[in-house]
Design a protein around this ligand. Structure first.
Ligand SMILES: [Zn+2]
Length: 286
């Protein structure tokens, strides 16, 4: 697809189809391990020996840490569809949801800390949570960054690279700002294609090149991926590994039993979730 063609539809794609299914429910959860397991599972790897990766079963058992997925952070516009309004978070709602996490005793952690925990059993703080932001909206810099900085919360951002430096989307300089502020940047493909439909040289365009481009912008490696629409496939997992990603994030499907690090689950909190509802889902969906 030519770049101009894509850009004319990018907003519609992002707001109408970033997920192929509803946010995870309790029936979709793959683990009901008590939250106490998070604080007690595993031991810190020895400083004198390389850490031992957990088995897939161990990784799945540790996958009880809630991961939240946000998109645009802005007030609704008249032409926003009902579905778009489930994915757009007005700034005051975003601040209220961050406050709910603080009041609920949650400690946002970096993606690396979460993946280390899943892979090696390294400890996390009590009531950990990972905050993620998909697609690359400029509001991730104008709204999310100052709010997260106020709260002292780390987060992870997954911009699609086709939109970088375009109006209303993150610029390379803004990516630098996020990176320097302690935020993590991961990839979200080039132009938001479903990875279960990629063939031929599209794998390189959608998986390899965005990772390379982001690393060039940031000056350090990028090793995390979020699947557009949350969709993945068995075939895609091999390509994700070959492209050099350490971990990858989906939405509500059960984790892959052989490669759980490449199918980490997330939920998308709609703006209608008040504090008790948000905290309840974080307990019950993971
Ligand atoms: Zn997306």
């Amino acid at each position: 697809m030519r770049r101009r063609q894509f850009l004319t539809m990018a907003g519609a794609v992002v707001l109408t189809g970033c997920t192929h299914s509803a946010p995870a429910t309790t029936t979709a959860a793959t683990s009901s391990a008590p939250s106490a397991l998070v604080a007690t599972s595993g031991a810190p790897p020895s400083t004198s020996a390389p850490p031992t990766p957990g088995t897939p079963g161990e990784v799945i058992a540790r996958s009880t840490v809630p991961v939240l997925c946000f998109h645009q952070l802005r007030e609704f516009r008249a032409d926003d569809s009902a579905y778009a309004r489930t994915m757009i978070t007005p700034p005051p709602v975003f601040t209220a949801q961050l406050q709910a996490l603080r009041d609920g005793g949650y400690t946002p952690v970096t993606a690396a800390a979460l993946v280390d925990h899943l892979q090696y059993g390294t400890p996390l703080p009590e009531r950990p949570v990972l905050l993620t932001f998909d697609d690359g909206s400029a509001t991730h810099h104008s709204v999310a960054l100052p709010a997260l900085t106020d709260f002292g919360f780390p987060a992870t951002f997954f911009p699609m690279t086709v939109v970088l430096d375009k109006p209303d989307w993150l610029s390379s300089d803004q990516l630098h700002d996020l990176d320097r502020a302690g935020m993590t940047i991961g990839a979200h493909t080039w132009d938001h294609q479903r990875v279960d439909r990629l063939t031929g040289d599209q794998w390189a365009i959608q998986l390899d090149q965005p990772r390379t481009q982001l690393a060039e912008i940031l000056g350090h490696p990028v090793d995390l991926l979020a699947y557009p629409f949350g969709v993945w496939s068995q075939e895609a997992l091999a390509h994700v590994t070959a492209a050099g990603y350490r971990a990858a994030f989906q939405l509500s499907d059960p984790q892959d039993t052989a490669q759980p690090l490449l199918t980490i689950r997330r939920i998308m909190p709609p703006p209608t979730w008040d504090a008790p509802t948000l905290l309840s889902h974080m307990d019950s969906d993971f």
